[in-house]
Design a protein around this ligand. Structure first.
Ligand code: TMP
Length: 213
């Protein structure tokens, strides 16, 4: 990546942690600094990726194996990187992505029980050492997250999973944050939104200062 390449920010967490609202807050901070950014998501972010997303989130394929699910996540990611993320970063745009490979470790690794080494193989193949520069892990207890999801109405294939599944996903996210403390910032998302936003702004401002050095 060139010196003036854009930065890659990802936002992670179990369902119902308020990713969308907080992504808007991140965007407002960057807009306020005249940083040109795009907001995108996984699975999805391209026409092809959005079709893959429908396969993954819809209820049509209840028999989908965990390996198939894992490979579809990386198929969507490969297209997303090639078509959207890498070109944007090269142009100097910042990319804010709603979920990335940490989600695969958390959901397919923690949730479904796939060995990390299989995920690491695909990670290495699909994006090598291209990693997010900063990741916000919005963390709250599973009961709070799921209560918010069920308030929203119909649930997708992941949202219909058990509490035990989401406990495993959350634990894996927290373990990833421990492994990558300088990249992954844990934000307590169980607090009122205004407080969550303050924490995000503080961490983002630190990152922006660091980028200017
Ligand atoms: P969401 O981003 O709208 O919350 O929904 C995407 C769903 O896909 C969410 O339940 C998490 C799941 N997911 C994975 O299981 N693995 C992944 O690698 C990604 C990016 C998402």
């Amino acid at each position: 990546m060139t010196a003036n390449a854009g930065k890659f920010i990802t936002v992670e967490g179990i369902e119902g942690v308020g990713k969308s609202t907080n992504i808007n807050a991140i965007r407002r901070v960057l807009d306020g600094r005249n940083i040109n950014c795009i907001v995108t998501r996984e699975p999805g972010g391209t026409d092809l990726g959005e079709d893959i997303r429908s396969l993954l989130l819809g209820h049509k394929h209840q028999a989908m194996s965990s390996d198939c699910e894992l490979l579809l996540m990386f198929a969507s990611r490969a297209q997303h990187l090639a078509q959207v993320i890498t070109p944007a970063l090269k142009r100097g745009q910042w990319v804010i992505c709603d979920r990335f490979t940490d989600a695969t470790y958390a959901y397919q690794g923690g949730g479904r029980g796939i060995d990390d080494k299989h995920i690491a193989l695909l990670e290495d193949w699909v994006h090598g050492n291209k990693q997010p520069d900063l990741t916000f892990l919005l963390d709250t207890d599973v009961a709070t997250g799921m209560a918010r999801v069920h308030k929203r109405g119909a649930t997708d294939r992941f949202e219909s999973e058990t509490i035990a599944f989401f406990e495993r996903v959350r634990s894996k996210y927290l373990a990833r944050a421990k492994q990558h403390p300088s990249r992954i910032a844990i934000i307590d998302a169980g607090r009122p939104l205004s407080e969550v936003e303050v924490s995000i702004r503080e961490r983002l401002n630190l990152f922006l200062e660091h980028c200017q050095q």
